[in-house]
Design a protein around this ligand. Structure first.
Ligand code: PMP
Length: 339
């Protein structure tokens, strides 16, 4: 039989590299997107979760019926839930009470048990989602805590997967990599693989205004003044993630919530590609450094997830107006209502 799989997890990884055409007309050389939405859980986090879980299986920690714990309401939660169903584990996710109901419904639909914890308590409070996850993990035999921000296997997942794939897909011709950085697992793993093959590949991380990452990379200082709320979900952080290898990243670029949202919408209108908010941020970062890109460059931009997750955010005109983001690109098509 052709194109058949034993289960959905066999489709994790081997995502396509897709040329960016109209959106990249002003970028020197060629630019391609590594479109991680082609993973079955529609994000790059399928790789991280699957790798960490399968390493624990190899180490004999996880057995049928074991429990996997993580603190996230984002893409990692969706991936852990999907993998737990297929492999027969119990998935427990501790999330903050700021988490939107539709995300909790998504996790529940995939069989996850969700602990909704108060957001307005310190991280070391026993009710915080970090402490709840830690406690459940400690109390549950044969359980693992994914702990994506501090787990070095997060980097290994992308070293063996995403990084190797990009090198092979570009036949070693990649010159620049642009990747949004949250836990830093993706950029660090990819950078490690690429720099081992060719130390001249430039690695550029994408950070948010409101995050400490860029300044920490440049100065080694955690500047609390850099921390304030921002809207892009999945990149930037208010602490130093142990899963980021800062030494192999050449530089970080900050993008605004507003520019990243406009860029995601422009990608949809110019490339027909519905991508997530951080994909817009990564493309925007490339635009901001385009004068540094040589004419013979081959740039790869990581697009971490799918736009369907953001329909009521960046793809909603009402949401954009509420944020004061009024200069968004508008399609020439209109909605016609027949009365
Ligand atoms: N974009 C999105 C949408 C994500 O969910 C994540 C993961 N937090 C990232 C970017 C960043 O990836 P990483 O954690 O590997 O740095």
């Amino acid at each position: 039989m052709k194109n058949t799989y034993n289960n959905i997890l066999e489709l994790v990884g081997d995502t396509p590299l897709i040329k960016l055409n109209k959106i990249a007309e002003d970028i020197p050389g060629d630019a391609y997107a590594k479109v991680e939405a082609f993973n079955p859980g529609h994000s790059t986090k399928d790789r991280t979760a699957k790798y960490i879980i399968e390493q624990a299986e190899k180490e004999g920690i996880l057995k049928p019926g074991s429990t996997i714990v993580e603190t996230t309401s984002g893409n990692t939660g969706f991936s852990v839930a999907m993998i737990s169903i297929v492999k027969g584990y119990q998935c427990i996710l501790a999330v903050s009470d700021k988490t939107k109901a539709d995300k909790i419904a998504y996790l529940k639909a995939l069989g996850a048990e969700v602990y909704v914890c108060p957001a307005n308590v310190p991280a070391d409070d026993p009710r915080s989602y970090y402490e709840v996850a830690k406690r459940i993990h400690e109390e549950t035999p044969n359980s693992i805590y994914i702990n994506q921000y501090f787990n070095k296997k997060n980097i290994d997942a992308h070293y063996h997967g995403t990084g190797r794939e990009i090198w092979e897909q570009t036949e070693g011709q990649i010159t620049h990599l642009i990747a949004p950085s949250g836990t830093g697992g993706t950029i660090s793993g990819v950078a490690r693989y690429l720099k081992e093959q060719n130390p001249n590949v430039k690695i550029i991380g994408v950070d948010a205004y409101g995050s400490i990452i860029k300044k920490y990379h440049e100065t080694g200082e955690v500047d609390k003044n850099e921390i304030y709320p921002y809207r892009i979900e999945g990149l930037g952080k208010n602490l130093v993630p142990g899963a980021t290898d800062f030494d192999i990243i050449d530089k970080f670029i900050k993008v605004t919530d507003e520019d990243a949202a406009y860029m995601a919408r422009e990608i949809a209108l110019k490339e027909g590609m519905m991508c997530g908010y951080t994909s817009g941020a990564a493309m925007q970062a490339l635009k901001q450094i385009k004068t540094e890109i040589p004419a013979d460059a081959l740039t790869v931009v990581i697009f971490p997830d799918h736009g369907s997750r953001y329909i009521s955010k960046i793809y909603s005109d009402a949401w954009m107006e509420e944020q004061g983001f009024t200069n968004y690109p508008t399609p020439s098509s209109k909605i016609h209502k027949i009365q």
